[in-house]
Write a protein that binds this ligand. Structure first.
Ligand SMILES: [Zn+2]
Length: 56
């Protein structure tokens, strides 16, 4: 991560990826409501760095 030389820090929230990985949870509450009983949130733009992967 040589970009730190520019005076920016890698975003700690997304580790510089700019996106937050979606998370899948398995819950008995969802059994029968989804095919595998999992609920997943989609990947989303990181709110901390607004998708840039770096913070000033
Ligand atoms: Zn971020």
């Amino acid at each position: 991560m040589a970009d730190e030389a520019k005076g920016k820090k890698v975003c700690p929230t997304c580790n510089g990826k700019g996106v937050i990985d979606g998370v899948c949870e398995t819950s008995s509450e969802w059994q029968g409501k989804t095919p595998d009983g999992q609920v997943c949130t989609p990947d989303q733009k990181c709110p901390t760095c607004k998708g840039t992967g770096y913070i000033d």
